[in-house]
Write a protein that binds this ligand. Structure first.
Ligand code: PEP
Ligand code: MG
Length: 589
């Protein structure tokens, strides 16, 4: 039998093989034609809806608790959003009118939710993924109303590879990594909940394979390669032997090149589960904490106290490593309902990142800064809630997203200083308690910017006067340099970090920082590609941050490289005029 390969989007750089199991949830409505309206007792149907809603709420609360314990608090928050949908007044009134006009409760739920689902489907990025959440809530209600059994994903046989049209948050919450070897879905993108779960749990997964996946028969032998983004049906013995064999030698110590240049290899995180994975994979620190993840999938922003706890725990997880927290990067494909973002024709070119933090979200920004500075101070002195005499060094660095002017940097910096001095003043006013003798100095943290717009790359020489570090965000830098939207498959190759124009933007940035006190790192996807490590070291980067699961491979690539060899490679890359040339310089050893 010859093996067959299907391509999709790999979401976690691990692979595995197993037996295909199709997950096909019950059709939403078993009887699509509703009975005649005059036969319906509207009051009884409304009461059925109210009871089903109550049951759905208890189920969701249980799932929330289970997910918080198994994966993490942030992942569990999606269920809060589902509970919120259940109580949404617009949905409630839609169901009520449908029931009043003679629809059975199941049909009233189906019709009302479908309207909202269609609206979200018409949007892009994370708003579109909200449609998944609504489908999930709709199907739950209909299942309860029609007394059907729920398909149980938690009890699949060991080594199952789950195949599905899509996996909702409720589905993914049921996945047991001890039984599930991996999964592949017809639909879904890198930022879908399923993808985020897969990365957090280091579960091999490929999403967005398309309808060709439907040709895979249940019980087939199958492999999922989350690095290459391929699903392999009937893998040959050679392929079988290769999968799951990512040579992951985890190194918890920091590493240097073969000729002794230290390179910091850090992890990108968004949730508390990611922080745990980062530690397990031997990351030296956190090179990008995508703080906006704390704000997504919930009904209102996290309080200062909640943020404080999360940041402090991140800092304490890496007592000897640097923890770079990127301030809120909302807008673009990351939408938040409660922030009432404007409708924009080109949200990636609109009010996003630092533009919002210095504009409509200024208060949120200040709250975030307060939480960060307090967490850093208390982590360092071992004080505050739960603090003892232990002293862990909260090595906080604050980083701004989507910078394109010098003024944005100076304005944000003066805001940090003001917030820091306000904390000190407030603490100074309150010196009557037992903590008064503790060192409450609020240090201004290390301060940096992401280089992810062409403007910031061009302004890099001047930016070095204002910041301690640059972190190059190749995901956005490639999109903006190449004018090729990052989530659009049609321009995937054009928007690739191997384009010579992107290489030149990176080169320009690193050259600008040479001979200054500003160090340069990278936290875009390119940093996690071990075949690019040599080129990046040759360019002069000293820090690379990536998905935690890529840390072991990149650490090994660092140790196999010498700076002199790497610099020779860079000379060739500088001459490159095509993507193919840069690609030919990959280090695929
Ligand atoms: C980037 O743009 O490269 C980056 C790391 O940030 P994000 O992917 O969160 O936009
Ligand atoms: Mg970015």
């Amino acid at each position: 039998m010859t093996e067959q390969r299907l391509n999709g989007v790999g979401v976690s750089p691990v692979s595995a093989s197993g037996t295909a199991i199709w997950y096909t949830p019950e059709p939403t409505l078993t009887d699509p034609d509703p009975p005649a309206p005059e036969t319906i007792d509207s009051e009884a149907e409304w009461n059925r809806f109210l009871t089903a809603r109550q049951t759905a709420k208890s189920e969701l609360q249980n799932e929330r608790e289970r997910t918080a314990a198994a994966v993490g608090e942030s992942e569990a928050e999606v269920f809060d959003a589902h509970i919120q949908f259940l109580a949404d007044p617009q949905i409630e009134s839609g169901v009520n009118s449908a029931v009043e006009s003679g629809r059975p409760a199941e049909h009233a739920v189906s019709e009302t939710f479908s309207e909202f689902i269609e609206q979200f489907e018409g949007m892009s990025g994370q708003m579109a993924e909200r449609a998944d959440d609504l489908r999930d809530v709709r199907d739950r209600l209909i299942r309860i109303l029609s007394d059907s059994e729920r398909a149980d994903l938690s009890a699949v046989p060991p080594d199952s590879v789950i195949l599905a049209e899509r996996l909702t948050p409720s589905d993914t919450a049921q996945l047991d990594p001890d039984r599930v070897a991996g999964f592949a879905t017809v639909a879904g993108g890198r930022t879908s909940h399923a993808a985020i779960f897969a990365r957090s749990l280091a579960l091999p997964a490929v999403v967005g394979v398309g309808t060709e996946l439907n040709t895979v028969e249940a019980e087939s032998a199958i492999a999922v390669d989350g690095t290459a983004g391929t699903v392999i049906i009937d893998p040959t013995p050679e392929t079988q032997a290769a999968v799951g064999n990512e040579s992951v030698t985890i190194q918890t110590d920091s590493v240097s090149t073969a000729d002794g240049h230290p390179i910091e290899v850090a992890a990108n995180v968004g949730t508390s589960a990611d922080i745990q994975t980062a530690r397990e994979y031997g990351a030296d620190g956190i090179g990008l904490f995508r703080s906006e993840f704390l704000f997504l999938d919930r009904a209102e922003p996290p309080t200062e106290a909640e943020q404080y706890e999360t940041y402090r725990s991140a800092l304490e997880s890496f007592p000897d490593g640097r923890v770079i927290v990127r301030t809120l990067d909302i807008g673009g494909d990351k939408q938040i309902e409660y922030l009432d973002l404007p409708t924009e024709d080109n949200p990636f070119l609109g009010e996003r990142g630092i533009r919002r933090s210095l504009g409509p979200d200024e208060e949120l920004f200040k709250t975030q800064l307060r939480a960060l500075l307090r967490a850093a101070r208390d982590a360092e002195t071992g004080t505050g809630t739960g603090g003892g005499s232990s002293s862990s060094s909260g090595n906080l660095a604050v980083m701004l997203p989507l910078v394109s002017t010098i003024e944005e940097v100076t304005e944000a910096q003066s805001m940090i200083e003001t917030v820091a001095s306000n904390i000190e003043t407030a603490d100074g006013d309150d010196t009557t308690d037992a903590d008064s003798d503790l060192d409450s100095a609020v240090r201004t943290p290390e301060f940096g910017v992401m280089i992810e717009t062409p403007a910031s790359a061009f302004l890099a020489p001047e930016l070095t006067d204002h910041v301690d570090f640059f972190s190059i965000g190749t995901n956005d830098l490639a999109q903006y340099v190449m004018a090729a939207e990052r989530g659009n498959d049609r321009v995937r190759t054009l928007g690739d970090y191997q384009q010579p124009a992107v290489f030149r933007a990176i080169d320009t940035t690193v050259r600008a920082a040479e001979g200054t006190d500003t160090w340069v790192g990278m936290c875009g996807e390119m940093a996690g590609d071990p075949s690019m490590t040599q080129l990046l070291i040759g360019l002069g980067l000293t820090e690379l941050s990536m998905s935690a699961v890529s840390v072991p491979q990149v650490k090994s690539a660092v140790q196999e490289t010498t700076v002199s060899e790497a610099q020779t490679l860079v000379e060739s890359a500088r001459e490159a005029t095509t993507r193919d040339t840069i690609e030919s310089l990959r280090d695929d050893r």
